[in-house]
Design a binder for this molecule. Structure first.
Ligand code: UDP
Length: 246
């Protein structure tokens, strides 16, 4: 494919959290899991991992179920229950991503915030750090294990806990825009933003809890388009891509 990084990627960040939405695993309809899409993301992650960067992945569940939406359209299910269902959806995606990554020759571990011992290790910070130091890609399932937040918060929280250099938020658009670029052709793409600008302009970057956590602890966020081939490697290599917040 074209658009691969021009030069050999070098190590810039030592450790990153890569946040993938559940929809990133789906075909264009945004539902289910596509072997092609998962395989393509895994191929890019393998390239990025080859630079020597330690990678922890947080995957969402929106291709299967989001708690807030599901409980809104289904009065039988309590909203908290719906959020737990959403967390299980992230586990389904994490298992798919694990096999996709291992097909690329990577060693991986799924670590879940909700104990599901037959399919994943329970998340333990020190064990996660050990896996990373051994070159394993870890896939963090079930968010933070508590309802009423999204996996954006999990990405921010795990970035703090695991002392990742940055949260890389992979999206289908080129970064953070002044308005929805799919609806407003005049929307402007920002190169950089402060946390205060994100909050004051009510920009939809990550959920509010995630922004608050990153802001309070000065953890940078990069929002970038993973659909552009080579961008995961570029982002991890510290190349100018997307919008940087922090
Ligand atoms: N979720 C939760 N707690 C968490 C992480 C996720 O309750 O720590 C639930 C929440 O309902 C969320 C759903 O799991 O909507 C799926 O995650 P998310 O919406 O982040 O998926 P994405 O939009 O990234 O695909």
């Amino acid at each position: 494919m074209s658009n691969e990084p021009a030069t050999e990627p070098t190590l810039h960040f030592k450790r990153v959290i890569l946040k993938l939405s559940g929809e990133s695993l789906a075909d264009s309809g945004g539902r289910g899991i596509s072997a092609h899409e998962a395989g393509e993301i895994a191929r890019q992650i393998k390239q990025a991992h080859d630079t020597g960067c330690e990678i922890a992945i947080v995957i969402g569940g929106g291709n299967i179920l989001r708690g807030a939406q599901f409980s809104g359209s289904n009065s039988l299910v309590h909203e908290a229950t719906a959020h737990y269902m959403g967390m299980l959806a992230t586990t389904i995606n994490s298992l798919a991503m694990q096999d996709a990554l291992e097909a690329q020759g990577l060693e991986t571990r799924v670590m879940s915030a909700i104990p599901t011992e037959k399919i994943a290790e329970t998340f333990i910070r020190r064990r996660a750090l050990r896996h990373l130091s051994k070159g394993r890609v870890i896939i963090l399932a079930a968010g933070i294990g508590n309802p009423f937040v999204t996996t954006d918060t999990a990405a921010a929280q795990r970035a703090l806990e695991l002392e990742a250099d940055i949260v890389l938020k992979a999206t289908r658009v080129d970064g953070v825009f002044s308005d929805d670029p799919e609806k407003n052709p005049h929307a402007v793409l920002y190169d950089t933003l402060t946390y205060t600008q994100v909050i004051e302009k009510k920009l939809r970057v990550m959920d509010g809890t995630a922004i608050a956590l990153c802001s309070e602890h000065n953890k940078p966020i990069l929002v970038f388009n993973f659909k552009q081939n080579g961008n995961i490697v570029r982002a991890i290599s510290g190349e100018t891509v997307g919008t940087r917040i922090g």
